[in-house]
Design a protein around this ligand. Structure first.
Ligand SMILES: [Ca+2]
Ligand SMILES: [Ca+2]
Length: 77
């Protein structure tokens, strides 16, 4: 009897991030923490981060990132 081994296809959950700063998102959860932003852009301090964090939940979601980039607060890419 033949056993057909199906190689497991690893589907990488590629969350389609709508912002170009995907490499900033170190853990790939689609949100940017102050830590992640700071690592990529050391110039962006906590107060600038707070200004971008419109809903004050401590992370930047895609719309907040987009708005920040549009406002020139966050470098694109
Ligand atoms: Ca993240
Ligand atoms: Ca937020």
């Amino acid at each position: 009897m033949k056993t057909i081994l199906l190689s497991a296809t690893i589907i990488t959950g590629l969350t389609v991030a709508s912002f170009a700063a995907t490499e900033v998102d170190a853990n790939g959860d689609g949100m940017l923490t102050l830590d992640e932003v700071n690592t990529a852009f050391p110039d962006i301090k906590a107060d600038a981060f707070s200004a971008m964090d419109v809903n004050a939940d401590g992370v930047l979601d895609t719309s907040e990132v987009a708005a920040a980039q549009e406002a020139g607060l966050l470098p694109q890419g």
